[in-house]
Design a binder for this molecule. Structure first.
Ligand code: ZN
Length: 497
């Protein structure tokens, strides 16, 4: 058997173990599991995690990788497979088991403490565990040493190849432009009004409607399903089983936009070419590219005038009590209501980037030790005011709002905004190739866009790294100007500018 075949098969078994782990997690999160089994389930998940770890750090893994590295002329797929195998192996072998266990235990404790701290608006109680989390993440980055600076090494875990400097060079010039644009919209003569969403929309009807939309967007119910969960997510339980969840507990239309968002993630995973199924490459190439796909469907398609021309009559039938006499024009404006707000996950697509830039800059300072954890609320609030012009009234609506830091996810945040930027650049290219595409949406036709994305992006899984992929698709490196152009072109008419 050739070495590359051996490497491929060996890592396929690891992928399958990951799918099993995902199934155990999904079953818990959508409340299928007998609730009393919570300890038993976490033991099961810990066992599978251990099996994956033991397999990855084994001598055999090291040997296969070494042998494969001797080969000179590998094709694109084999080269990427080797790259990803080595990356997984390095991540697992460079970290001492004691550190991995310590990180897991701390994350479990910190999650609990963070939840209570947010509920009680008590940042002080979170300080010791956040300090410990940061210390452990610094230690982890120092051991992995993917880049010379610690923060870049952490970013690389979520956005392979990206560094702090590279991202700062992209975020810095767009920051003042965004701040100004938010101010311009805020003082515009013809601001939308979203009071319609204060009304109560029946949760079961929302859920039914989200199903209808999924079908039209070509989500394949024979390779996945949708359920309800506390927080929406997408998870792959196999190459042909990509499941999504939604929730109906938030004000309308969060269930609908959230479903479209997760559908975008799922379509990416569902579009990976069969040849890569069950291999280490059978997943999206980075968090940023993944997010570009979910946001393209959610924001660019799902908040466009053309999309609502098709869907609004259906929405009126579902909710005649609120929408029968409410004009389409006003509804479209309401779903594109822009205003500075405190909570990132509720932010519109214009202010969203500023929420991320805040976190990106703060994380860098925290990891470098330039600011202390005890100073965080004050620094958060003053920087928040500089970026968005408002000051959070308390820490629950400020520094305590996100789950990431308590879970040890430092370096994850910037990928969300990179997603918006990748998305705008890719969609610019889409429109140049297919200028009449939005006309499709008016007719409820969404497969031409999907086919393009499959052809150019989805089929490749993680063969190409994000920066190679964006260059292949758009013939240039990531360029944030496309995002500003997109925003101006879209929002100026809505706001009467
Ligand atoms: Zn997402």
């Amino acid at each position: 058997m050739s070495v590359m075949k051996e490497l491929r098969d060996y890592f396929s078994e690891i992928m399958r173990l990951n799918y099993i782990l995902a199934l155990l997690g999904w079953d818990h999160q959508v409340n299928m599991m007998g609730y009393k089994n919570i300890e038993g389930r976490s033991e099961q998940m810990a066992l599978i995690t251990k099996l994956i770890h033991t397999r990855l750090v084994s001598e055999k893994t090291g040997k296969i990788i070494k042998q494969a590295e001797k080969f000179q002329d590998l094709n694109d797929i084999d080269r990427a497979m080797l790259r990803e195998a080595k990356r997984a192996y390095d991540q697992e072998t460079k970290l001492p088991e004691a550190l991995v266990v310590e990180i897991q235990k701390t994350a479990a404790l910190a999650q609990q403490t963070w939840q209570n701290a947010r509920r009680n608006n008590d940042f002080k109680s979170f300080i010791p565990l956040l300090e410990k989390t940061l210390e452990l993440q610094r230690e982890k980055a120092a051991k992995l040493e993917t880049h010379p600076d610690l923060y870049s090494t952490l970013i690389d875990l979520y956005e392979p190849g990206a560094t702090y400097d590279w991202i700062a060079n992209i975020f810095n010039p767009i920051k003042p432009k965004l701040i100004n644009f938010v101010k311009t919209l805020d003082s515009a003569p013809n601001k939308p009004n979203n009071a319609i969403f204060d009304k109560k929309f029946d949760p079961d009807k929302q859920y039914e409607l989200s199903y209808e939309i999924l079908k039209k967007l070509n989500y394949d119910f024979e390779s996945g399903r949708q359920d309800r969960s506390t927080h929406p997510f997408t998870t792959s339980l196999g190459s042909l089983d990509v499941r999504i969840t939604t929730r109906t507990t938030e004000p309308f239309p969060a269930c609908i936009t959230g479903t479209i968002h997760e559908c975008g993630h799922a379509l990416y995973e569902m579009g990976i070419v069969k040849e890569l199924h069950d291999t280490i490459l059978c997943t999206g190439t980075s968090m940023g590219i993944h997010e570009s796909q979910s946001r393209m469907w959610e924001n660019i398609v799902g908040r466009s005038k053309e999309f609502w021309i098709y869907w609004y009559p259906t929405f009126q039938k579902y909710f005649p009590e609120h929408l029968k006499d409410y004009p389409l024009e006003d509804f479209h404006r309401a779903v594109n209501y822009v205003h500075p707000s405190f909570i990132r996950v509720e932010a519109d697509e214009v202010t969203y980037g500023l929420h991320i830039i805040l976190r990106f800059e703060i994380e860098k300072d925290l990891i470098d030790g330039n600011i202390g954890v005890n100073e965080l609320p004050e620094i958060w609030n003053s920087r928040f005011e500089e970026l968005l012009g408002i000051v959070p009234p308390n820490d629950a609506l400020g520094v305590l709002q996100d789950t990431h830091w308590g879970s040890g996810y430092i370096g994850y945040f910037p990928t969300y905004f990179l997603g918006n930027l990748y998305c705008a650049q890719i969609y610019d290219r889409v429109l140049k190739k297919m200028p009449h595409l939005p006309e499709d949406y008016k007719k409820g036709e969404f497969s031409n866009l999907l086919n393009y994305l499959r052809e150019e992006i989805h089929q490749y899984g993680s063969i190409y790294r994000a920066n190679d992929l964006i260059k292949r698709v758009t013939d240039e490196d990531l360029n944030p100007d496309y995002f500003m152009e997109y925003l101006e072109k879209k929002y100026k008419p809505i706001y009467g500018l």
